[in-house]
Design a protein around this ligand. Structure first.
Ligand SMILES: Nc1ncnc2c1ncn2[C@@H]1O[C@H](COP(=O)(O)OP(=O)(O)O)[C@@H](O)[C@H]1O
Ligand SMILES: [Mg+2]
Length: 321
């Protein structure tokens, strides 16, 4: 039995999802016999971690602070082992622009894109470059904030007239935005879990939106608005190819412990494209990683137990000397 601090909530836009993930994680850890100290992450987090003196921290935070490496850095300062990826892998997967450049560098497919900072519009007249971007990507174009998750701030622009509003929406979430080629096809997610022999890709989850055009924050979390199929119905060779691409993405970003890679399977070409990787995927009852693990015969308690064992086995990270 170990004492595990569960870090949850926080100030990110995904606070509510994180509170639900955290509750699931706490229950599971208790059932597998650990002592649990729940911490809603705020100003007193250092003080509370010092007081709890846990053997490891389970980071059940999504979005800012949890997935961008901030909390990982603090845990390293305190010498507390933690679940999931290290600081560098978090930085790489939190920033979609960085992720996409790293994918291209590794020779992995990701939809064509242009990334622009708000300052490029305010100070460098980037508006005048929009027609050239629109021509290269052709419509519809996806505008998304460089950082963030849960489809927050993502807009599909169907024509040039939609682009300014899509940019404004995306810039309300981040100071850099990705304009990306829209890939029409199937929405696939591959969860990955480390085991003794290295990372293992779990059965693929396909998200099937009930309403073609409607894909937003509410749809993602409200039960019934999106149906999930796991394992996704794909030919065995395609399943293998998708797993291979997800594992290559995981490796190229340096992710560890567990993560989820989101991809699109293009209908017209049959080609796969990586959209992004999530260092701390959701752990709620409707989340994709628990569904994928379940399909592999790994129940939630075992999943959470294994993730925490990996952290305990790794020990404190980044301790100098
Ligand atoms: N280029 C794209 N083409 C088609 N659909 C996309 C594209 N980018 C995002 N989407 C849709 O939006 C969802 C969320 O996008 P994603 O890049 O995974 O960001 P996040 O999950 O961090 O909000 C995807 O699962 C997919 O349904
Ligand atoms: Mg995603």
């Amino acid at each position: 039995m170990s004492r595990i601090a569960v870090l949850k909530g926080g100030r990110s836009l995904e606070r509510q999802v994180s509170l639900r993930s955290g509750a699931r994680v706490e229950d599971a850890l208790e059932r597998v016999g650990h002592e649990v100290v729940g911490i809603d992450v705020g100003f007193d987090v250092i003080e509370r971690l010092r007081a709890a003196a846990p053997d490891a921290a389970f980071i059940a935070l999504h979005g800012q602070d949890g997935e961008d490496g901030t909390v990982q850095e603090l845990l390293e300062v305190l010498g507390i082992p933690y679940t999931g990826s290290g600081v560098l892998a978090c930085l790489r997967s939190w920033d979609k622009i960085l992720t996409k450049h790293l994918l291209l560098e590794a020779g992995l497919p990701t939809p064509e894109f242009f990334a622009l900072a708000e300052t490029a519009f305010e100070e460098l007249g980037a508006r005048d470059a929009l027609p050239a971007i629109e021509e290269r990507l052709s419509f519809p174009i996806v505008a998304k904030p460089a950082t963030g998750g849960s489809a927050l701030g993502i807009k599909f622009a169907r024509a040039a007239a939609d682009v300014p509003a899509a940019l404004v929406a995306a810039f309300s979430y981040a100071d850099r935005v990705v304009l990306e080629r829209h890939v029409r096809g199937r929405d696939l997610a591959v969860s990955i879990l480390d085991d003794a022999d290295g990372p293992v890709a779990l059965p693929i989850v396909e998200a099937v939106p009930r309403d073609e055009d409607f894909y937003d924050f509410e749809a993602r979390y409200e039960i019934g608005r999106t149906s999930f199929v796991c394992p996704a119905e794909l030919a065995p060779a395609l399943t293998q190819q998708t797993h291979k691409l997800a594992l290559a993405t995981y490796a190229s970003l340096g992710l560890s412990g567990f993560a989820r890679v989101d991809l699109m399977l293009e209908e017209a070409s049959g080609e796969l494209f990586v959209l992004e990787a999530n260092a701390i995927p959701g752990l709620t009852e409707t989340s994709l990683l628990p569904q994928a693990a379940e399909a592999q015969g790994i129940g939630l308690d075992e999943l959470i137990g294994r993730i925490v064992e990996l952290a305990l086995a790794r020990g404190p990270v980044g301790a100098a000397g």
